[in-house]
Design a protein around this ligand. Structure first.
Ligand code: GLU
Length: 445
């Protein structure tokens, strides 16, 4: 198998989907040694089958705004691979969303879900819809229209939708309501529901908690801990919230947060009170971070900039894909950052990943570090199926188990001579193995 040739062809066929190509390239390069001589995989055309989604659904989403005007958005659902279980993955509502981004996220989700050891396939969807500035009624009409186009290909044993950027329990609630009305089913076809009626406790925190639990296991391996570590993060959505909450509880100091307008540097570190303020800010100021620096004197606001220029021990990007390119990577290395843990899916461009790897910075890809999001979804599904309601501590301990298992798998498949671990290779190899073995067992379908 000539990987370069394979990737050139893949690029030709998907020429307007650079993010998808990037994700496949990073993935296949890291598992190359595993696949190159395996005649079983080659005969079964596993790479060809893995780089083509099972099904891509693209559709119009017409909805009525508050002025009585019809607005049309584009919706997507990519049901990528269901070898391990029903399709499972989030929905993203973001004005810049393209099919290429959805395919990339769906591809990542297949392997992320595989790595959790749970019986879940992978999918992703969403729309180029911007929920910001929309009224509650507009959001509801949009969600209902989106769901109308998709409901007949969903089900708790077919395809299970969850949240992502721009989709939280409110949006999930509106879609669930429409699904229930059309299908006459009240089941686990959606995760991220309100904890008051079928959702799970710890949903908001779990994604970020999972990242910190992974990091905790990793540091423990080096006889180290989070205590006293300086952490730079980007974003201030749910992921950032969970990361900050757990990191400060374990003694670390988080010194940055960011929005689309810029970032804030807080040399004293964000404490519980400031974290509450960030939550209020998020609810009222449409993702602008500047007010933080006015509220807390002694902090600095850097307009239009990303936080990767500050000095830190650990960097955790929590905003959106590809926020760390070569310049940001160089700046982190110059400032002696030792660890980069991807919170947001595929936060780093390939050049940045290569630089980190060659310079000895410990890099953990999102598909390992952020499995807590889908992990908590699986705990929600389990509670729905068993008709039970677990306590917060029960859920937290199960989440920790999922993260520890994921961490151990990365170590098992990513160990290097000298006792070091290549987390990218470990995560991808472990995930790839599980998916491909299931595909081989199930024949050519
Ligand atoms: N989008 C989230 C993730 O990263 C959640 C997916 C889900 O719960 O389906 O994995």
């Amino acid at each position: 198998m000539n990987l370069d040739k394979f990737l050139i062809n893949l690029q030709r066929v998907n020429s307007n989907e650079p993010e998808f190509i990037q994700s496949v390239r990073i993935f296949l390069t890291s598992v190359q040694e595993w696949i190159s001589d395996d005649y079983r995989l080659n005969n079964a055309a596993i790479l060809e089958r893995l780089t083509e989604p099972d099904r891509v659904i693209m559709f119009k989403v017409p909805w009525l705004n508050d002025e009585g005007k019809v607005v049309v958005n584009r919706g997507y659902r990519v049901q990528y691979n269901n070898a391990l279980g029903p399709y499972k993955g989030g929905l993203r509502f973001h004005p810049a969303l393209t099919l290429g981004t959805v395919k990339m996220l769906a591809f990542e989700q297949v392997f992320k879900n595989s790595l959790t050891s749970l019986p879940l396939g992978g999918a992703m969807g969403g729309a180029n819809f911007d929920p910001k500035g929309k009224s509650e009624n507009e959001i509801m009409r949009f969600c209902q229209s989106y769901l109308l186009q998709l409901w007949d290909v969903l089900g708790d044993d077919i395809d299970i939708l969850g949240g992502d950027i721009g989709v939280g329990s409110r949006e999930i609630g509106f879609m669930f309501g429409m699904f229930k009305k059309l299908s006459h089913r009240h089941n686990g076809t959606f995760t991220g529901k309100s904890p008051d009626w079928g959702g799970t406790k710890l949903k908001a925190e779990s994604h970020g908690y999972g990242v910190i639990y992974f990091l905790k296991s990793l540091l423990k391996r080096y006889d180290d801990s989070l205590d006293g570590k300086i952490i730079a993060i980007s974003g201030f959505g749910n992921m950032a919230y969970g990361v900050i909450k757990k990191a400060i509880a374990l003694g670390a100091k988080v010194v940055t947060v960011s929005g689309p307008d810029g970032y804030v540097y807080d040399p004293q570190g964000i404490d519980e009170r400031k974290l509450e303020y960030l939550l209020e800010l998020r609810a009222t100021s449409q993702d602008l971070i500047r007010p933080y620096s006015i509220e807390y004197p002694g902090t600095m606001y850097y307009e239009g900039k990303k936080p990767w220029e500050v000095s830190c021990d650990i960097a955790i990007p929590c905003a959106i894909q590809n926020e760390i390119g070569i310049n940001e990577a160089e700046s982190l290395l110059k400032n002696k950052c030792g660890y980069l843990i991807e919170g947001a899916d595929q936060s780093c461009l390939q050049e940045a990943v290569e630089l980190f790897t060659s310079q000895g910075l410990v890099y953990v890809p999102s598909k390992a570090a952020n499995v807590g999001g889908v992990g908590i979804s699986s705990l929600e599904l389990a509670q729905n199926n068993m008709k039970v309601n677990w306590s917060e501590s029960e859920i937290d301990s199960r989440l920790q188990d999922i993260m520890e298992r994921t961490y151990q798998l990365c170590c098992k498949y990513g160990s290097k001579p000298g006792g070091q671990t290549d987390y990218l290779k470990g995560a991808n190899t472990a995930a790839f193995q599980r998916v491909t073995e299931a595909m081989m067992d199930q024949g050519v379908i």
